[in-house]
Design a protein around this ligand. Sequence first.
Ligand code: T4K
Length: 373
Amino acid sequence: MPDILVTRSSMPELNEYVKEIEPLFESRWITNAGAKHEELTEKLKSYLGVEALSLTVNGHMALELSLSLFNMKKHGEIITTPYTFVSTSHAIVRSGFKPVFADIREEDCTLDPDRIEERITDDTVAIMPVHVYGNMCDVTAIEEIAAKHGLKVIYDAAHAFGVKLEINGQWRGSGSFGDLSCFSFHATKVFNTIEGGAVCCKTEKEAERIRELRDFGIVDEENVSDISPNAKMNEFAAAMGLCNLRHVNDEIEKRRKVNDTYREILKDVKGIRLLPERADQRNNYAYFPIFVNREEYGLSRDGLFQLLREHGFGARKYFYPLVTELFCYRDQYDGKETPVALKAADSVLTIPMYADLSPEDAARIAHVIVKGK
Ligand code: T4K
């Protein structure tokens, strides 16, 4: 196991968490929308700047529940990106829809709006774009296309907690876009509830409906409206969220310092491409991807991966293989249909990034990359 892994969970001081969970040992109310859950819901609405929100057991179930909200035509097609974690496409398939993959933009690895319309058919019901590494999609262009064709937009915002985008002079939180936006609060994310997630909605009515859907479809003690799973967040997870939320701005600031260290040292390395920073976006520095051009750098992506390992640094290839190249998808899809995404997947390396990574360690990692083989 490398000494420094690709990420490390953010956690509060033990005493802070103990204090947060103490009341649970009195009340014995430890799940099913308890006090911590309700408090976290309110605090997240305010932090994320969204109208309504429903917490879930994880980010994946947030996606699945969101796909149940609008009674979209069953077996309809949903346009999405192959450059994502399998959860995105799994949620689409498991909800009875068909993923249709469109290519991404090289500059930020998000769904390319210019590649969406050519994928729209009479069966298309929605677009599920993914904000990648904390980079927001071109929300304006995507939502214009959706409006023109009468499609829903459900964002996978798993990577975008706390990100803000400037639109027409106004800063808007990542969860406020589209019809719905889904977050992951997994241990490896910028903000975690150990496991957890949320669906951000436009109205309380929608959030209330997600509350029913995440609880077996139970409306009240005698009425069950839907055949739906159990996808609720428990009180210990919510308590972790309340603690982590107090520190998340400091954590993002520490991540920024790691980001700045990497960028300074890696900015002119031949054959190593960094994604540009954007003036209209306040990033969360969720990941630090680099893209390796073997010919120019003199070492392949996998060669650099190995070299970092030898120095005790654990990089990861998020996202490789491309979803469409995975065993469970490759019979029906072909990665070559999305060449930009295929190239990104074949050259990406996400190097260690987390709040507690010291800028000194970040510099050591970057210098291994500068030196190369
Ligand atoms: N959509 C997108 C775009 C996503 O990226 C994800 C999740 C989802 C949807 C679904 O959300 P969730 O249902 O997961 O909430 C990880 C995560 O398990 C997964 O949540 C995440 N994306 C994905 C990108 O990465 P692995 O298989 O790489 O995790 P693992 O166990 O190898 O951990 C990676 C590193 O994190 C370890 O080297 C050390 C560190 N770590 C890990 C764990 C489990 C910790 O520091 N603490 C921990 O508890 O999938």
